[in-house]
Write a protein that binds this ligand. Sequence first.
Ligand code: 2F8
Ligand code: CA
Length: 474
Amino acid sequence: MRLTLITRLAIRPASPAAPQRLSLAALAAIVLFGAAFAPAQPANDDCQDAEGIAEFGLFPWSNVGATTDGVAHLCPTISRQANSDIWYCWESGFDGPVRVSTCGQTTLDTIIAVYDGCDCGSPLITCSDDACGLQSRATFNAVASQFYLIRIGSFSTTLTGSGNLLFESGILAGPILSPDGGSVYYMTEAVTWHEGQAHAESLGGNLVTINSADENEFVRAGVLRFDGADRRGWIGFTDQDREGDFQWISGEPVDYTNWGGGEPNNAGNNEHYTELLGGSGQWNDVPFNHATTRFALIEVLLDPCTAPGVSQQPAPAEILACDGDTVMLSAAFSGNPAPQLQWERAPLSEPESFIPLIDGVSNGAMISGAQTGDLTLTGVLPADTGIYHCLAYNACGNVYTQTVTLRVNLRGDMNCDGATNNFDIDPFVLALVDPVEYAATYPGCDTRNGDVNCDGDFNNFDIDPFVSLLVGGP
Ligand code: 2F8
Ligand code: CA
């Protein structure tokens, strides 16, 4: 503006009566006046000064006083500069389609562009000119914690203004569970069929595959017209690979079609993508970038619920431990959804009486992982002797692992009276020198109680540790 005034002043013929001094004074005054009242340049006028914003919500902006610094042409569909552009660096907190718009948020005729990253020069993802009157709305697939440059400008080369930038989920409907429970549907806004398919993939699915008249009607009435509004929607049916050979982008077999009369007709020789008409429910082939917005009808197949199965059994089936040992039992399971787990224990004398274990101290052993695949018993004692198994359960069923019988011997308790003391000396010697006589004298008693050094064998190497145990030595 100031330059324009100076230029006009310069080319205006000077009045012969006006001394040069006055012209200079006038010029200075105008320059000062202009400087005082020129609109301030927005702090985020230039790309490198993009303002950081995050998450969904409304963000006020003004491009009054902004200069134009972005590339001249945005999208192939908009042969127009985003004039007086200002910049934001938006961090997504969302995985999936996101809408950024000025719709209903300004009276200025806007253009919006979205770039993949906040480095100036990041590649363009998408842009929008008139999506809702003269205002703009761009929908793109965002990844949580990723950054995106957002550029807002005027369509006009002279007009600027202010308003809000609205970030919201691009999912307009859904998830909507299918009647058979096998999939969920979503609807997002999409300008092209390919953008719609990209939205679908970001949600883990595809543009919808329709396998029956019932599904066609459910998608038409329950998804495309979920709020009653009449629309047209993209479905995942395309002959992009071979003219006339329509296939589902999901790869599912073609077992149902609902073409309108005379369709598909490949009008103009470039109709390779299919729309579902919200009124009749019939299908029509159209170009991928059909000028009027088509909404993306998306289907995400749900994994079928499966009962748990044991993929790793705890082993071995018999464990002999010494008191004080750490014992680990590991199991793994299949199943969808992932099953919940619970280790249980039954006494040897009542092998059916399982009691769930919880993390903490039980029978003297420190227990952890009682509700995970890995049960750890730290510092086991004879009282931890028992039968162990793990229960896995989900909404579709349950399964038990095989059992593991754990025996924890009391070191040196050779007469099996539950204590280690001097009364164990004679049976200890007897067990070493005459195991048969020992078994006859102490029926049910296990010579492995004599494995005091806990090396897996009962032999002469256990004598010194046994003596130490009795006298309270190391
Ligand atoms: O008459 C059916 C015919 O109508 C239009 O073409 C004139 C449709 N094209 C678009 O909507 C772009 C055809 O797909 C449709 O077959
Ligand atoms: Ca057609």
